[in-house]
Design a protein around this ligand. Structure first.
Ligand code: PLP
Length: 392
């Protein structure tokens, strides 16, 4: 199938572009010895898990379902080839009902508090798991995106230095600390390695005394490794320092970087209208199909378009829902838009299909793969049953 024959809306993920990102990540792993995992919450297109599992060391999950998906779609196919991708999990709080099954799938389990270690750690150790504790280095390195800052005051994510030390001081007789194999932090979002370097200094300052007792440290995600201009030498110095100074295995678990700029959302103009400005209604919704546009917020790149006023015809692009704010953004074009025109939003692989929803009874976009020969193959299409199936 060609692009022009795809049904819309449709996410199209480009296998060659994914592989390019994977090669960049694999090269970092090869140069440094760090282990790199896919954070599934950003990108769970599991038809590509066998490919991803060839280049990366495994995946990490935010809960039972992602852990199971990794077990089924990455670990199982790799076993047939004699490889064993790692299956990590972190959750702010595990559910008792899930934990037995999590133990079946995961080899690394990261807890968010000492109470969680106390509640589940013994079972995890008895099952032979490597266990870690998420720390909060209390070092905010990002401006603007408070909802993506786990170091913001009052954060529920990770153990602060005070809470970490308190357990050791007030209950030295318990063995919680000695159970830990690793420490985990995740504080970055779309950042370069300068932010990592600053964070790592805070980690050393607050938790350095504990690092020699660990086997591994996990730098979390948010490393924009596959974006143009990313500073590799500094990343590699950060990794090397933890390896040499403390003898640690270093994990990185990027989500975005795995599928950055590797997918598209193809959409059709349904209608144009005018109310002081030119407006086009698309068959894709910001609220349903690209929720980060509203949540983050950001303006997704659109192939062949310009900023408002840059080209002759400027339009406000909006979705087909009843939400007034279902606006993707203002874009300009060389020609006027008309009904039936196709538009292609870029960088739509990440945080898109994992977050979409059927608000307003919107159809879910189809999912297609652009294979290396340039041909598009529809992997999955959705319909009324997917909308109805989640309601009762
Ligand atoms: C979100 C998240 C990631 C991945 O973050 P990206 O910004 O997509 O790289 C990794 N680890 C944890 C714990 C996360 O919450």
């Amino acid at each position: 199938m060609k692009y022009t024959e795809l049904p819309t809306p449709c996410y199209v993920v480009d296998e060659a572009l994914i592989e390019k990102n994977l090669k960049t990540l694999e090269a970092v792993a090869n140069r440094t010895g760090a282990r790199i995992l896919l954070a599934q919450k950003a990108f769970s297109m599991y038809i590509l898990y066998p490919l991803i599992g060839k280049f990366l060391s495994g995946a990490t999950a935010s809960g039972l379902y992602e852990a199971r998906l990794c077990a089924e779609e990455m670990v199982r196919p790799a076993a047939a080839e004699g490889r064993k991708p790692e299956n990590h999990i972190f959750s702010p709080a595990y559910r008792e009902a899930d934990f037995g099954e999590i133990l079946q799938y995961c080899d690394h389990i990261v807890f968010n508090s000492w109470k969680q270690v106390e509640k589940f750690g013994f079972r995890a150790k008895a099952a032979g798991k490597s266990i870690g504790l998420r720390i909060n280095p209390e070092c905010s390195t990002q401006e603007g995106h408070a909802i993506y800052d786990p170091c913001a005051p009052g954060s529920r994510l990770g153990v602060t230095k005070d809470n970490f030390d308190m357990v050791l001081e007030t209950a030295p007789e318990n063995n919680l600390f000695s159970m830990l194999d690793g420490l985990h932090f995740h504080t970055l979002c779309e950042q370069d390695s300068d932010a990592l370097e600053r964070t790592l200094s805070a980690v050393e300052e607050n938790f350095g005394q504990y690092l020699p007792h660990m086997k591994w440290i996990n730098f979390g995600g948010g490393h924009h490794i596959t974006r143009p201009g990313y500073c590799f030498p500094r990343l590699e110095r950060c990794i090397g320092k933890m390896q040499e100074k403390y003898g640690l295995t270093v994990y990185l678990e990027p989500g975005e970087a795995v599928a950055l700029n590797a997918g598209f959302l193809v959409t059709t103009v349904l209608e144009t209208l005018h109310n002081g400005i030119d407006i086009a209604v698309l068959d894709s919704s910001a609220a349903c199909h690209m929720p980060d546009v509203l949540e983050m917020p950001y303006r997704p790149p659109l192939l062949g378009s310009g900023h408002p006023g840059e080209k002759t015809y400027t339009y406000r692009l909006g979705g087909p829902t009843c939400l007034a704010g279902d606006i993707i953004g203002d874009y300009s074009f060389d020609k006027p838009l008309s009904e039936g025109d196709r538009l292609i939003f870029e960088d739509m692989a990440i945080y898109s299909m994992v977050k979409n929803n059927t608000f307003n009874g919107m159809p879910l976009p189809a999912i297609a793969l652009r294979e290396k020969d340039g041909k598009c193959r529809i992997i999955k299409q959705f319909g009324y049953a997917d909308f109805k199936g989640r309601l009762s």
